[in-house]
Design a protein around this ligand. Structure first.
Ligand code: HPA
Length: 273
């Protein structure tokens, strides 16, 4: 079965849970935005475990629900928790939810994550608008036969995080008094945090922050013609920049401290789309 046929089966199932509902914006939420669900009006909650062909997340801090509903006047489909390449899923599985959201009609995908700050001028608790990425995961999610009904064989990546939407998001943040920074995100395979030398390499090649997600979903959504907004929460200083060992607890703790501001920003951005 081609990916597009499999996805059709999935979207038909989801449509059956919310007849007539057509999301315009898809959200993929990373660590620390677990209580985001409360901001969605008239929610229909579908556990990933019920959705045909959806992968399951095994990471603590990542719930596993697809939520359909409204943020203001914007119909949204929200992935509360994502799956990562390091969990052992194939890239095809990692991008499956993003492909599903775009197939359901989402023209814009808003993707969030927790990331290690490399700098300059990035501190734990900062929110950073992703301007571009460097894929250091060792694999491209579109490797393999191309399904031409989804997108082209050689997709252009020059506006991977939509420049015009970035301008809009920065204006919204400024209006809310949020100091939203900008930066380039380097994606690593994980699950180890980086060595100091790897962080130094990422810095030298132009990265401002480092993480283990986002890039596969963004590539997949862009391949299908959706526009992408990416926002990182700096949960820790990256290895070597920081003098203390990194831990998932620190990542979750910092992410949860900034969660309310992060949530308010995402609600305001989704409402504007
Ligand atoms: N490295 C990679 N992934 C991360 C980090 C980090 O320092 N922090 C949160 N996710």
């Amino acid at each position: 079965m081609r990916p597009s046929e499999q996805i059709k089966n999935t979207t038909d199932f989801i449509a059956g849970k919310a007849p007539g509902f057509s999301p315009r914006v898809g959200l993929i939420l990373g660590s620390g935005l677990g209580d985001f669900a409360q901001t969605i009006q008239d929610p229909v909650v579908i556990p990933y475990s019920e959705i045909p062909d959806f992968p399951q997340s095994s990471v603590s801090g990542h719930a596993g629900n697809l939520i359909l509903g409204m943020i203001g006047e914007t119909p949204v489909a929200v992935m509360q928790g994502r799956v990562h390449f390091y969990e052992g899923h194939s890239m095809e599985k990692v991008i499956y939810p993003a492909r599903t959201l775009v197939s359901m009609g989402c023209k814009t995908l808003l993707v969030t994550n927790a990331a290690g700050g490399i700098g300059p001028n990035l501190d734990p608790g900062d929110l950073v608008l992703i301007t571009d990425h460097i894929n250091l995961m060792g694999e491209n999610p579109l490797r393999g036969p191309n399904d031409d009904t989804l997108g082209p064989r050689f997709p252009d990546m020059s506006d991977i995080y939509s420049k015009s939407l970035r301008g809009q998001v920065l204006e919204i943040a400024a209006g809310m008094g949020i100091n939203l920074k900008v930066g380039i995100y380097a994606a690593m395979m994980g699950p180890t945090y980086e060595t100091p030398a790897e962080v130094n390499m990422a810095r030298i090649v132009g990265a401002n922050m480092v993480g283990m997600s986002t890039v596969p979903e963004t590539i997949a959504a862009r391949h299908m013609g959706a526009q992408v907004i990416g926002i990182s929460c700096i949960s820790n200083l990256a290895a070597g920049i920081s003098t203390v060992p990194l831990s998932h607890e620190e990542v979750k703790e910092t992410a949860s401290k900034i969660a309310d501001t992060f949530r308010d920003l995402i609600v305001a951005v989704a409402t504007s789309l």
